[in-house]
Design a protein. Structure first.
Length: 239
């Protein structure tokens, strides 16, 4: 998301300021800077407050929300359009859940074009507010930063809960060990480098199994630091 904003700003000839949490991986930050973005690194709580408030005090200009901006969700929805075109009898799709923008965009397109397709969101156990909400608990959770930095959180954004709830078939929660195993599997067998959040859907599919012949896991990113990837390929789970 941040790299997309930085790229678009560079194309338009305008500056881009990207607010990131302190635990953001170095590979993501380096990519933002290569595209001309200026990074503001803040504690997780301050970063989350900017997400909740849809603004960051002290920076002028247009605030592009990474989750609930309708144009961002529409862009995510093109994934759903491609899936419906390529797999007209698609049984189920698993999509990582960070704030809900990716899920809502993809699921909205599929709900319109492939209404029989089952739609699942996947969260890490270090912060799974969607699963908690589906179980009736909407109180903020204790979020633990981990190598799965692009998904999970302490609470749901009310607007995203409202939009996603009618689209959800259900949700899954996976452990960090299961995510690391999925990253390793993707690298070793498919030669795909996935970041932690990107491997969530694969981890859930491996853990739970799903009925049907056409199951899609959305692998949503490959921004993982080299040392963490090496640790995972060596059979360990990054702390």
């Amino acid at each position: 998301m941040a790299q997309g904003v930085a790229w678009a700003a560079r194309e338009l000839g305008v500056p881009a300021t990207i607010v990131v949490p302190e635990h953001a991986p170095a590979t993501k930050l380096a990519a933002i800077e290569r595209l001309g973005g200026t990074i503001v690194k803040v504690p997780y709580e301050r970063w989350w407050q900017a997400i909740v408030d849809s603004r960051y005090d002290g920076v002028d200009g247009l605030f592009v929300h990474p989750v609930q901006d309708e144009r961002v969700m529409a862009g995510n929805g093109t994934i759903g359009l491609e899936l419906a075109e390529d797999l007209p009898e698609l049984d189920a799709v698993l999509i990582p859940w960070g704030g809900g923008g990716l899920f809502t965009g993809v699921a909205s397109a599929l709900a319109a074009l492939s209404p029989a397709t089952r739609l699942y969101a996947v969260e890490p156990e270090t912060g799974a507010p969607l699963a908690a909400a589906l179980a009736g608990n909407t109180e903020p959770l204790d979020y633990r930063p981990s190598f799965v930095d692009g998904a999970g959180g302490k609470s749901l954004l009310p607007l995203m809960w409202e939009r996603a709830q009618p689209l959800l078939t259900g949700s899954y929660v996976v452990s960090l060990d299961e995510v690391a195993a999925a990253v390793r599997l993707l690298a070793e067998r498919a030669r795909v480098v996935a970041e932690g959040a990107g491997a969530l859907a694969v981890a859930a599919a491996l853990k739970h199994g799903l009925a049907g012949e056409q199951i899609v896991c959305v692998v949503s990113g490959g921004n993982i630091d080299g040392d963490r990837l090496a640790e995972i390929l060596a059979g360990r789970t990054p702390s």
